[in-house]
Design a protein around this ligand. Structure first.
Ligand code: NAG
Ligand code: NAG
Length: 257
């Protein structure tokens, strides 16, 4: 048996914030997905992460006007959040760029096993809620998104492997799988190659909650295969409902600080 740790692969990728003057949009992927209707996922955030030597990108999602939820492995020296983006490197009028004031990773985050891969980003100032920028509902403790539930994941990550990240937001339908459902994680994949890849880390797994309200059931964490086109891989998400108390506590502490 191959150890789980040896195969884990986070979906973080370097970016160059130079507009590739691409005229159109080719292909239809996150991996085998479609281009999202612009601004139809107003809670999604594009994160530009300053690391030692380079910039990297992740996804995230707005849960309060001044709070983003993402993966702990997206931490860097500094992070800038772009909300209201579709074509992230274009100067879209809908975009709001907000620097992160504070990164709060889970105390029990383990960067080898990727357990508790969750991070709160406290923004320097509140986002303005607009048609293109909105918060997403968190699950309640008794929200249960069981195996077979169809959900959606969106991101600006690679559209093939190896390949390039996407200028525009893409999304793909995935189904919750039984095989790695645990107290703190959810697995979800689409048919065939459908799923996530480098750059999609930290993005939300969006399921229909009560009254069909889009709900952030998961945070994109890692895959158990090196190749994101592997049809047998599992894409693993942090189960948000397991961290509600942690989220609440940290937000309270940080807003009184
Ligand atoms: C910013 O948003 C928070 C909720 O996250 C709210 O409590 C606070 O009043 C807002 N601050 C301003 C200045 O609007
Ligand atoms: C990635 O982008 C470069 C530059 O635009 C292009 O030459 C290359 O073919 C792309 N790779 C893939 C796999 O699409």
């Amino acid at each position: 048996m191959i150890t789980r740790e040896a195969m884990l692969r986070v979906f973080l990728t370097a970016i160059t914030i130079i507009c590739l003057r691409l005229a159109g949009v080719s292909g239809v992927n996150i991996i085998d997905g479609t281009v999202a209707v612009p601004h139809s996922r107003p809670y999604i955030a594009f994160l530009i992460i300053t690391k030692e030597r380079q910039l990297e990108m992740c996804g995230g999602f707005l849960i309060y006007p001044n709070v983003i939820l993402t993966a702990a492995h997206c931490k860097g020296k500094a992070i800038t959040v772009i909300l209201g983006a579709h074509y992230h490197s274009k100067n879209e009028k809908s975009q709001q760029r907000i620097p992160v004031q504070k990164m709060i990773t889970h105390e029990a985050y383990n960067d080898m096993t990727l357990e508790n891969d969750i991070m709160i980003l406290k923004l320097q100032f509140n986002a303005t809620i607009t048609k293109e920028v909105k918060t997403i509902r968190l699950p309640s403790e008794d929200d249960h998104f069981g195996p077979g539930t169809t959900c959606l994941v969106a991101g600006w990550g690679l559209t093939s492997f190896p390949g390039n990240s996407s200028n525009v937001l893409r999304e793909v339908d995935v189904k919750i799988q039984k095989r790695c459902d645990s107290a703190s994680q959810i697995c979800a994949r689409g048919t065939g190659r459908k799923g996530t890849c480098d750059g999609d880390s930290g993005g939300p797994l969006v399921c229909q909650g009560r009254n069909n309200i889009p709900t952030a059931a998961g945070i994109m964490s890692y895959s158990n295969s090196y190749n994101c086109e592997d049809a047998y891989r599992s894409d693993v998400y942090v189960k948000v409902s397991a961290y509600l108390k942690w989220i609440k506590t940290k937000i309270k502490v940080s807003s009184s600080a």
